[in-house]
Design a protein around this ligand. Structure first.
Ligand code: SIN
Length: 322
């Protein structure tokens, strides 16, 4: 696939990368989503892309990504889709908060055609930090979005390039907050160049049509929740969700997808009542191996938060809304 166009669109959504603190140099006491994406680009040591490339800023939202929701995702998805169709656009960068970045990456990877590079980036320190990490992450993201090898969605943080399937926030504080578990990063950004250590992960779709469609009405997205299996877990939370009309439940099981017996009984009851149940694991590495004795369907090697998105999309597909 030949990527053409000379414009890199940088979409601002808020996050720590756009955060500022009252006390200069404070790395933790700050508000996310205070600075515009245009001001972040203006502050870069390089004023503009290497000609003929140009960077164009667009503010989509100004949120702390812990508050991401269906309407934010719907809006971001729509703008990404439009830019992907614009032949003047070579690639897209999304400046995002770290807290739910892996969820947004997974949603976009599953619902947008992989026809151009779409790179999510972030920062762990606010723009007012003594040594902010956002500027270098932005520069790396713009460079990656200009690289024709980078088709589809990827994440760059602290120089590491991650695939949406594997990326996970691992640390609440470290600047290199993200990891790709057993798989490791796809590659590294070094002085504006991509060095691949694995072949670029094949996208689910390189055609004009995405693998999954997204309902245009965020209010109609199926309600899917996550519950956790733990010592002394009980089924009351599951029963309450079913009574309240939940459509799907992902359970973060212990170890190899096992469940506390009280939770297991409630989940089997929920499934019997027509609620879609998927089992993932609380373990940050590896996947559930074999079939746990409870027989509930597994979440296809996805972390609980990504399994929630995949189940939501599956339910959207099975009962589409206009
Ligand atoms: C956020 O996720 O928006 C705040 C935290 C961060 O970006 O590190």
């Amino acid at each position: 696939m030949q990527v053409i166009g000379t414009k890199i669109v940088v979409l601002g959504t808020g996050g720590t990368i756009a955060g500022s603190s009252a006390r200069a140099g404070d790395n933790v006491g700050y508000r996310a989503g205070e600075r515009t994406v245009q001001s972040l680009l203006d502050a870069l040591p390089v004023a503009q892309g290497q000609p003929p490339l140009a960077w164009v800023a667009e503010q989509i939202a100004q949120i702390d990504s812990k508050d991401a929701d269906a309407s934010f995702w719907s809006q971001l998805h729509a703008r990404c889709r439009e830019h992907l169709q614009d032949e003047r656009v070579r690639g897209i960068v999304v400046a995002h908060g770290t807290d739910t970045l892996e969820e947004t990456a997974w949603l976009l990877a599953e619902t947008l055609p992989a026809t151009k590079p779409l790179v999510l980036t972030c920062a762990m320190r606010p723009a007012t930090a003594a040594s902010p990490d956002g500027p270098q992450n932005l520069l790396d993201a713009v460079a990656l979005a200009s690289d024709a090898r980078a088709l589809g969605v990827s994440v760059v943080c602290a120089g590491a390039v991650h695939a949406p399937h594997h990326v996970q926030k691992m640390s609440p504080y470290r600047v290199d907050a993200f990891g790709s578990g057993d798989a490791g990063p796809t590659g590294w950004m070094e002085e504006g160049r991509l060095r691949l250590v694995h072949p670029w992960p094949p996208a689910r779709s390189v055609g004009a049509e995405p693998p999954q469609t997204l309902s245009a009405d965020p209010g109609a997205w199926p309600w899917v929740e996550i519950v956790l299996s733990h010592a002394s877990a009980c089924g009351r939370q599951v029963d309450a969700l079913v009574s309240a009309g939940v459509r799907g439940i992902v359970v973060a099981g212990t170890g190899n997808g096992t469940l506390h017996h009280a939770l297991e009984v409630a989940l089997l009851r929920a499934q019997e009542a027509g609620v879609a149940v998927r089992v993932s694991t609380r373990c940050p590495l590896g996947v559930v191996v074999g079939r746990p004795a409870h027989g509930l369907p597994l979440a296809d090697g996805l972390s609980p938060v990504k399994a929630r998105i995949s189940l939501m999309l599956e339910l959207m597909r099975s009962s589409p809304t206009p």
